[in-house]
Design a protein around this ligand. Structure first.
Ligand code: ATP
Length: 755
């Protein structure tokens, strides 16, 4: 099922006035509880936007009401082996921490203490009902992601290493290495641990919130149920995201701005991941921030509830619309609900020395990720038969007859449906555990239930292989067909991966920030998302002070965005009804803080009063879909930017370095027009565009390596050609001097050119 998204409108604060309230909740026809958020258009008060969610909680909704309706029903599923993720999202000062953590009084307690209370109650009940035969253990991990670094909140700040805890990919899962796991047996003990750990969380006063969280906090509750026969582990992850900040309003100082930039960046990446998932893109940019990498929303299996926190007043108008848009997209994400397998105790013997959940256990990721599988990809066979994909599980249906659940005791994502009561041991032979339980992983990844393991015959192995191949082929075909983002060439993909690896390699010493921005910029650029690419280049710039290539890229992008905008404004004099295939204009997004271009180009939301505005693309504020020539500006490789230490990054040095000036004195021209070059230049460009390594190698000042690199860049550009010397100078490994050398070294028929 999809992520369950509910909205919560916080009450007015002391300094807010009733007359400024613009966000209201409404009920859908025939329903009694509100499920629609209505907000006026920022451009035209007479118009309004409405956003529908699973539920909407009004200003007077209590913590108890929210918990009882949204979280309490999930607890029993947690004990049935499903993982649970609860997110609080929203811009700064909208009540995320209040919702998740809450206040000290009983009535004010937020989702997290209430969840723990419910968990302990259920633990007691299980132990009592089984007359002590079943035993449940609860253990906690609590960490924050601050400025893209992971810190253990159970450790005092003075014990932190500046670079934070490393995260690793472990068999397709993301793992935070070295987190403290605290066993926690009572609610009282939890409260002490939690309160103490919260003192370690990074919070500061900003203009918008006196106790603003400067980090994303993730509390992971591990529940281990041990019965005579089996051990079952499930996890609840409670995530209090830091709020997006519009720094025009926060008036943040330098330190707060650095935090804010990290917060906005990670939330921006989260939005990009959601966008990519909605577009069923083959590549979800999880790796672009630690938060998205760890959380991998949509890739995890289990139940996911997102609480969208909203402020009711006009002061948050644009931020609220931005959050509503994000949440609307999130609710479309499909999550496969697969319960964690129990580990049968007859099998546990070899593990006798491994304490479950103890320090010797390999660290687990916050959520088990199945990177190889996109949960959004429907199963072709089942679709053909008109069946629902694997996730026929209704969290909120408390109907007497339990909905059929999916067992993962079969090949990955293949999902044989099982009714709730069916016993593991009764699984038909020939099925295999696809997802080794966290405490017992066999080396070959096959079944852990050895006594239930079927005898493998040659025929069954062949059948299994054939089945796997079919699955993979079908999956690939679907991915190819369903990919909305432009396919990346293998070459380009390789370079992106290389860049990611470089970033990973530098993560440890915290020097990767600039490269990360560059990587993201390049990815946006490739996808034709100019505005996002520009934002990322702007964020990268302080890390590469005075880098002429970077500046050139930014100015090319700015020009193009401006041109697109002017083009669009021409067609904007009358209201436009955007066809569904085309992105609507102006998503009012402040996720990345102020941008001159954004401010100027916000367009009215031309959407009727009862519809959600459609903001399908991150670049919409600027224009129609990307132009075919969007690759032109990405000539230069990001490899050409060299990391400079952060100190330098914070204080960009003034530079006198300028773009090369060449001797072709031709008048300025439109970038895509063919212009008269001098014969020498034309000849040079012809050689370059021939992509012939030997010819290029023969140019003056170009060795084999440089020639190779030039050809690689040209391959990346696919059909595009280098049209002028400036563009040539921006290719990887080429600069103004090299271009001059190349040109001046040219001669034809034994004679030299005149100029
Ligand atoms: N439902 C609510 N009832 C009463 N007060 C609330 C409610 N929601 C939020 N508040 C108050 O609003 C203020 C901001 O809330 P909170 O700190 O939880 O925001 P936040 O979204 O976590 O902000 P940040 O992202 O900056 O950390 C606090 O003073 C909080 O007590």
């Amino acid at each position: 099922m999809s992520v369950r998204v509910v909205a919560r409108i916080r009450p007015l604060l002391k300094n807010e006035l009733d007359k400024d309230t613009i966000v209201t909740a409404e009920t859908v026809d025939g329903e009694t509880v509100p499920a629609v958020v209505r907000i006026p258009s920022p451009k035209n008060e007479a118009e309004s936007f409405s956003f529908q969610f699973s539920s909407v909680y009004e200003q007077d909704a209590t913590q108890q009401q929210l918990f009882d309706a949204e979280i309490s029903p999930t607890v029993k599923h947690l004990f049935n082996g499903f993982d649970l993720s609860i997110f609080a999202h929203g811009c700064t000062g909208t009540g995320k921490t209040h919702t998740m953590r809450g206040g000290k009084s009983l009535a004010d307690r937020g989702v997290i203490p209430r969840l723990l209370s419910a968990i302990y109650r259920r633990c007691k009940k299980i132990e009592k009902d089984s007359a002590g035969a079943a035993h449940v253990e609860v253990a906690l991990e609590y960490f924050e992601i601050y400025c893209d670094r992971v810190y253990d909140l159970f450790e005092p700040p003075e014990k932190r290493t500046p670079s934070g805890l490393p995260i690793r990919d472990n068999h397709g899962k993301t793992v935070v290495v070295g987190l403290t796991e605290k066993p926690c047996t009572t609610l009282k003990e939890f409260e002490q641990l939690y309160d103490q750990a919260n003192l370690n969380r990074s919070t500061s006063a900003t203009k918008l919130n006196a106790h603003s969280s400067r980090s994303h906090a993730v509390l992971c509750v591990k529940i281990t149920q041990t019965t005579e026969d089996a051990v079952r582990v499930s996890r609840a992850s409670c995530i209090d995201l830091a709020g997006s900040e519009d720094n025009r309003r926060t008036e943040n100082n330098k330190e707060r701005l650095v935090e804010s930039s990290a917060i906005n960046k990670s939330l921006f990446v989260l939005a990009q991941c959601v966008e990519a998932m909605n577009k069923k893109a083959s590549r979800i940019p999880y790796r672009e921030s630690k938060m998205t990498r760890i959380l991998s929303l949509g890739q995890s299996k289990g139940l996911t509830v997102m609480i969208l926190n909203l402020a009711p007043t006009r002061a948050y108008h644009l931020d609220t619309i931005s959050s509503l848009n994000f949440a609307s997209r999130t609710k479309k994400i499909e999550v496969a609900e697969v319960e964690n397998d129990p580990v049968y105790r007859t099998m546990v013997k070899p593990l006798a020395t491994t304490s479950l959940g103890g320090a010797t256990m390999a660290r687990q990721p916050l959520r088990p990720l199945t990177a190889a599988h996109n949960a959004n990809i429907p199963e072709p066979e089942k679709q053909k038969k008109g069946e629902k994909p694997v996730k026929a599980f209704s969290v909120y249906s408390d109907a007497r007859k339990s909905a059929p659940r999916v067992s993962n005791l079969t090949s990955q994502n293949q999902g044989i449906r099982r009714t709730e009561g069916a016993k593991r041991g009764a699984e038909p032979s020939g099925t295999f555990a696809s997802r080794p339980a966290k405490t017992f992983r066999t080396a070959d990844g096959t079944s852990r239930i050895r006594n239930a393991e079927p005898a493998l015959t040659k025929a069954s192995i062949e059948a299994l292989i054939a089945q796997k191949v079919d699955e993979k082929l079908a999956e690939k075909a679907l991915q190819d067909a369903g990919t909305a983002a432009p396919a990346l060439s293998a070459e380009l993909q390789k370079r992106l991966d290389d860049l990611e690896h470089r970033i990973d390699a530098k993560e440890e010493d915290g020097k990767s920030q600039g490269l990360q921005f560059l990587l993201m910029a390049k990815q946006h650029h490739i996808r034709g998302e100019d505005a996002s690419a520009l934002r990322m280049y702007q964020l990268a710039q302080p890390f590469f002070p005075g880098n002429a290539k970077l500046e050139a890229k930014m100015s090319t992008l700015e020009d193009r965005i401006r041109a697109k905008k002017e083009e669009t404004t021409k067609h904007m004099s009358a209201p436009i009804d955007f066809p569904s295939s085309q992105p609507a204009p102006a998503p009012i997004t402040n996720l990345m803080g102020p941008l001159k271009a954004e401010k100027k180009t916000q367009k009215p939301n031309l959407v009727s009063t009862t519809h959600e505005p459609r903001y399908d693309d991150d670049d919409e504020e600027f224009a129609p879909p990307p132009l075919p020539s969007d690759h032109e500006a990405s000539y230069a490789s990001d490899d050409s930017f060299h990391y400079k230490p952060t100190k330098a990054a914070r204080k960009p040095k003034k530079t006198t370095k300028k773009l090369p000036i060449f001797r072709d004195h031709v008048p300025p021209r439109p970038s895509n027009s063919s212009v008269e070059h001098t014969p020498r230049t034309s000849h040079l460009l012809k050689i370059i565009n021939s992509r012939d390594v030997n010819q290029i190698k023969a140019l003056k000042g170009v060795g084999a390596k440089k020639a190779d690199s030039i050809v690689n860049c040209l391959v990346e550009m696919e059909d595009a050609e280098v049209l002028d010397l400036e563009s040539l100078a921006m290719l990887k490994g080429v600069g103004g001097k090299t271009v001059d050398n190349m040109r001046m070294g040219l001669s034809v028929s034994g004679g030299s050119y005149d100029f």
